[in-house]
Design a protein around this ligand. Structure first.
Ligand SMILES: Cc1cc2nc3c(=O)[nH]c(=O)nc-3n(C[C@H](O)[C@H](O)[C@H](O)COP(=O)(O)OP(=O)(O)OC[C@H]3O[C@@H](n4cnc5c(N)ncnc54)[C@H](O)[C@@H]3O)c2cc1C
Ligand SMILES: C[S@@+](CC[C@H](N)C(=O)[O-])C[C@H]1O[C@@H](n2cnc3c(N)ncnc32)[C@H](O)[C@@H]1O
Length: 659
């Protein structure tokens, strides 16, 4: 059975205001939504003065239950814009089980012309909003919105972060008691920063008592409109009679924040390095981006076209969650690039080219909603792709292709990033709290933080030599467009992939070779790619006049992918491997032990690597993940997914297996 579309089901009143059909309640006050939002949420949390007090480089994190139309978010953003200094940042985290469809959101936000300059930005980025954590960067990175799409009680326990001000806005308690439970309030308390404030439009007695019991000191305060009273409060500490929340295991806990200069060296200017540099620069860091070649995106990230290919699992694995979140994040980033040359959202069709793939696709079609993927039978698939096909398959309407160098260039060109080319870092040394990058005897650069983003080359550094990264050579073939091949309207994938032409050329990819270290393109692999094209569509083979192509004249390029044994990227802080083994040696005897000992971090050393065959989807969000680790911000991924990507996972597994 197809999952129900999770979008909000709305009715619109004669004033054009939305009302939830399921909850039979309004999204905002029918008198003046704006005044009510400003009074209940902004004033009661004293946001104007708190925004004004933020220093440059400071930030305030707001958490909300019920994103709805985003009105509260936009009002908070507007106030932030009015009061905060240029270098301050706003981070808004909101949970939403039934997100509005883009069309409904546009209709609802049209009610507030006052907020148009902000709602236009939100609407532009409101694409690929699917289940799980969905992050978007607004106002050139000054404002971060992290939407947790799903039930509040499933999503909030996965949030790793600290909230400075809570907005409770989950419909009236009588109509939606699930959003006002002791269990949920315990999560708000777990996430509350010291001195966190909280407010809500309701004054219901049992809500107030439950919030008090969770550690929020609540007060009734005069209401607005037809609300006689509302509630405001402050977090005064975890209640004494409640068991403390389980602390994070020390090997996944956050390293102590680094004081002092916010300067990072990022080594490697592919998708991972450029994304890391961009996420740090957006937060006011000075970044030196070190690259051994003459420009960004010269290795794996240098193909003319890569595909936004979602290899999902119907079982909600960490990898599948990462893919849905990463896809959304990349898709929204692309909205700021040039359609047609930098990327295109032409859709991606994955053919059910054998029985096993067909079964897998049937499971996926049952597990995911239609705005993410749809099953098309063979005639429908042909119409969609514009070419003859032997099979139906799964169609991803929001997918497409990307010119990865364009993304790297855009991300690395941001203010705060200095690109240092022809810098081949061979060694990292730590002296007086500073990491020094050496090219032989010459020190190239120094900073308190280093992010290693050089794909499998990071194994050359003593500190990361034991990370289990492997290189897999891959080659793409460039095929000139023909009049007939212009009909290709979507990316089509089977074992390989082919994209609609960019600047007169189709990219056909990609071979896998585990044993070849040479990057000169080979004819054998071009022929292998052409065999994959035949599997995709013999009609496209004739449209491209492949029979007229002389194999030795085929053009393409080869590069190394970099993969980890569990196919998840490696993103996060790095520990001293030997000290790690000693510190947690007891785990090799009893895997359930959690020694209360701080992890022996290599302070300031971080990794962003292992993006395998899907760097377009995982690398940009991994930049955000790293910046969140470094700046002590809410993570852009569920805790379990961030842990599944953590560099410590391998050392931990080996200890537990007693090796
Ligand atoms: C043939 C092929 C096809 C692919 N197709 C797709 C696709 O369709 N969709 C998709 O999502 N992904 C695809 N990928 C995977 C994707 O390209 C990678 O996941 C992604 O490019 C990895 O980015 P990265 O920044 O980690 O590595 P890279 O792009 O390899 O960047 C690493 C950079 O670090 C530099 N560097 C390394 N060590 C040092 C050092 N010590 N000092 C200075 N600089 C250093 C390198 O010069 C390089 O520029 C494909 C990969 C290949 C090879
Ligand atoms: C009053 S509306 C929020 C209004 C919103 N803050 C705004 O500015 O427009 C309440 C929201 O809570 C969402 N919601 C209801 N139950 C939920 C649950 N269990 N988990 C997450 N969200 C939920 C609804 O879908 C709805 O969008």
């Amino acid at each position: 059975m197809k999952p129900v579309m999770p979008h909000a089901q709305l009715d619109w009143d004669d004033q054009g205001r939305p009302r939830s059909r399921v909850f039979d309640d309004v999204y905002f006050s029918d008198q003046s939504g704006l005044d009510e939002t400003r009074y209940v949420f902004l004033e009661q949390n004293r946001l104007a003065e708190r925004f004004a007090a933020l220093p440059a480089g400071g930030r305030l994190v707001i958490g909300e239950t019920g994103f709805g139309t985003g009105l509260n978010f936009l009002c908070a953003w507007q106030l932030f814009e009015q009061h905060a200094v240029a270098g301050a940042r706003l981070h808004f985290v909101s949970v939403e089980k039934f997100p509005l469809s883009p069309v409904d959101l546009q209709r609802a936000l049209a009610l507030w012309p006052d907020l148009k300059h902000l709602s236009d930005q939100l609407l532009k980025h409101y694409v690929a909003i699917h289940q799980g954590f969905q992050r978007m960067m607004l106002d050139n990175g000054r404002v971060t919105l992290t939407l947790l799409i799903g039930d509040a009680l499933e999503q909030l326990p996965q949030l790793d972060g600290q909230i400075d001000a809570w907005f409770l806005d989950g419909f009236a308690p009588a109509k939606n008691p699930e959003m006002w439970t002791a269990e949920l309030f315990a999560e708000l308390a777990r996430l509350a920063a010291p001195g966190s404030t909280i407010s809500t439009f309701t004054s219901t007695g049992w809500v107030r008592r439950l919030l008090n019991a969770a550690g929020f000191k609540m007060k009734r305060t005069p209401g607005i409109g037809h609300k006689w009273e509302i509630l405001r409060g402050e977090f005064t500490g975890w209640p004494e009679d409640a068991p403390l929340p389980t602390p994070e295991k020390p090997w996944f806990a956050r390293p102590a924040p680094l004081a002092g200069e916010r300067h990072a060296l990022v080594i490697g200017a592919g998708l991972a390095g450029c994304a890391t540099a961009s996420s740090l620069a957006a937060r006011g860091w000075q970044v030196s981006l070190l690259e051994r070649h003459a420009a960004v995106a010269q290795e794996a990230s240098g193909n003319p076209q890569g595909v936004l290919y979602l290899k999902l699992s119907a079982h909600g694995t960490a990898l599948s969650q990462l893919i849905v979140s990463g896809f959304g994040y990349t898709r929204r980033l692309l909205e700021t690039l040039q359609r047609g040359t930098d990327w295109d959202d032409c859709g991606v069709l994955q053919l059910a080219f054998n029985e096993k793939e067909r079964e897998r696709q049937a499971q996926l079609a049952a597990a995911f909603p239609e705005d993410l993927l749809q099953w098309l039978d063979q005639p429908e698939a042909q119409v969609r792709a514009g070419i003859g096909l032997a099979h139906g398959g799964l169609y991803y309407p929001e997918g497409g292709w990307v010119h990865p160098p364009a993304l790297c260039q855009a991300q690395s060109a941001q203010p705060g990033i200095t690109l240092l080319t022809h810098q081949d870092v061979v060694e990292l040394r730590k002296v007086d709290g500073q990491w020094q990058a050496f090219d032989g005897d010459r020190m190239i650069a120094t900073a308190p933080v280093v992010v290693m983003a050089g794909a499998a080359e990071i194994k050359r550094f003593a500190q990361s030599a034991e990370l289990p990264l492997k290189r897999i050579r891959g080659q793409i073939t460039r095929l000139p467009q023909t009049t007939q091949s212009q009909a290709l309207a979507t990316v089509v994938c089977a074992e390989g992939y082919v994209a609609p032409a960019r600047l007169g050329e189709h990219t056909l990819g990609a071979s896998f070779d585990f044993n070849n270290d040479d990057l000169t393109p080979t004819i054998a692999e071009h022929l292998g790619n052409l065999a994959m094209l035949e599997e995709i569509s013999s009609d496209l083979v004739s449209r491209l006049h492949i029979e007229e192509q002389e194999p030795e004249r085929l053009e393409g390029r080869a590069a190394f992918r970099c993969t980890s044994p569990d196919y998840l990227p490696i993103v996060g802080p790095l520990a001293d491997r030997k000290a790690f083994d000693q510190t947690y040696a007891v785990l090799s005897k009893d895997a359930r032990q959690v020694p209360d000992i701080v992890c022996p971090w290599l302070d300031g050393l971080y990794v962003n690597s292992g993006h395998g065959s899907r760097g377009l989807i995982t690398a940009p969000l991994s930049g955000e993940l790293l910046a969140a680790w470094l700046d002590d911000e809410p993570l852009p991924l569920p805790r379990s997914v961030a842990q599944a990507c953590h560099p410590n996972r391998f050392a931990l597994r080996r200890l537990i297996r007693g090796q």
